[in-house]
Design a protein around this ligand. Sequence first.
Ligand code: ARG
Length: 461
Amino acid sequence: MTEQKTWSQRFESALHPAIARFNASINFDIELIEYDITGSVAHAKMLAKTGIISAEEGEHLVAGLEKIRQEYRQGFFRPGVDAEDIHFAVERRLTEIVGDAGKKLHTARSRNDQVGTDTRLYLRDQIGQIRGQVREFQEVLLNLAQQNIETLIPGYTHLQRAQPVSLAHHLLAYFEMSQRDWERLGDVCRRVDVCPLGSGALAGTTFPIDRHYTAELLGFSNVYANSLDGVSDRDFAIEFLCAASLIMVHLSRLSEEVILWASQEFGFVTLKDSCATGSSIMPQKKNPDVPELVRGKTGRVFGHLQAMLVLMKGLPLAYNKDLQEDKEALFDAVKTVKACLEAMTILLREGIEFRSERLAEAVAEDFSNATDVADYLATKGVPFREAYNLVGKVVKTCLAAGKLLKNLSLEEWKELHPAFEGDIYDAITPRQVVAARNSYGGTGFVPVRKAIEEAKCRLNS
Ligand code: ARG
C-alpha cells in the first residue's frame, strides 16, 4: 500500500489497507479496461472539439490512452489494488505518460457517468458475440434437423410416451427457442445503446460539452435524457441477465434431454469420447458431464439476475457504491453463457450420435399410435369422444393380452367397430402417424421440411 491519496486534499491520511482492498474493484473491473480507454478517447476528443481543452492537449491524451491500450495488450500494464479501480488506474498511468495534460482528462466527467459508459460498451460488445454464438448453435441444430427429418423419436407429455415425432421437429423446437433468444438480445441492445457520458456525477456539468458528439464517436444511438437516470440506471443490465437466464433455461432443458437420452434406460444417443468423461472408480461408465455442467451453471446465471434485482430495489437516486456490485454478476453471467453455448454447440456438432435402431424400436413398441386409431374412426364419421372411449377399451384389452394395436387381426378390429378396414394397419405405423400430422407447425414431414426452409431463411436474413 502506498501512501498516495486518490481523493482531494480534504483527506489527511490514506485508507486502511483492508478498507482499500474492500473498496477496490480493480481486480474485476480490469475487464473493462479497453472500453474505459475507448470511452476516454471519445471524451478527450469532445473536450478538444468544444474548446474545453486545446487541440494539442486532446491529441496528447488520445495518444497516451492508446499507448496504455498497447501496454495492456502486451502485458506491461497490470494495475494493483492501490489504483482502486480501472478509471483511476488509467488516469494515473496517463498522467505518467503525458504529464500535466493527463490531469485534464477528467474535466466535465465523473467516474459515475464513466463507469456507466464502460459497462454499456462492454455489454454491447458481449451481446454481439453472444448473438453470434446463438446463430452458430442454431446452425448446428438446423443441420442436425435436416439429417433427421425421417428419424422418429417418441414424443412425450408428462414424460410418458405420447405420440411419435420427427427428430427434426424436436430439434427445431430448440431452434425456435434460440431464435427468440437471438431476437431478445437484440431488443436488450436497444436499451444498452444509450450513452450516459456527460451526466457528470449526477447533475450534468458546467462545461459546454457536446454529449451527442461523444455518443456518436462511441457508436451509441441515443443519449440519456436525464442525468440522474443516466448515472444510476442498470435496467439494461437486468434485462441482459433476464435474456441470459432464458438462454440458460433453453440450454438446460436440452441438457436434461441429452442426459436422459444418454441413459441406458432411454438409450437414444451415444456420446462420443471427445465430449464425455469417465468415472475414477467405475470403469464401465461414460458420463454426460457437458450437459450436466450446463444444467448446473444455469443456477448461477439465475442467481446473478436475482442479485441484480435486489441490488437495485432500494437504491435512492443517484449513484451509490452498491452499483459497483453489478460488475461481477454481469461478467460471470457473460462468461457462463458464452462457455455453455460453446460447449453445447460442440456437443451437438460432433459429440452426439442418435441410435436410429434403438429409436425405431422405441416408436414401434408402444401405444403412441392410439390417437390415430381414434382419428381413423372420427374421419369415418364416428364422434371423436366415442372413438376415444372405444380405443381406450381396446388398449386395455391389448395390455391384458400382451399385444400391441398392430397385432390385432382385421376380424378383431371389425368386431370393435364395423368402420375398420384393412387400411387401419397403415394408418397406425409410426411413420404414418408422424406423416399424417400436416397441420401448420405439426410434425408431419411436409410441414417439417417447410419449417427447415423457413429456418434457413431466418438464419440468412
Ligand atoms: N468502481 C466504481 C464502480 O464500479 C466506479 C464509480 C465510483 N464512483 C464513486 N462515486 N465512488 O461503480
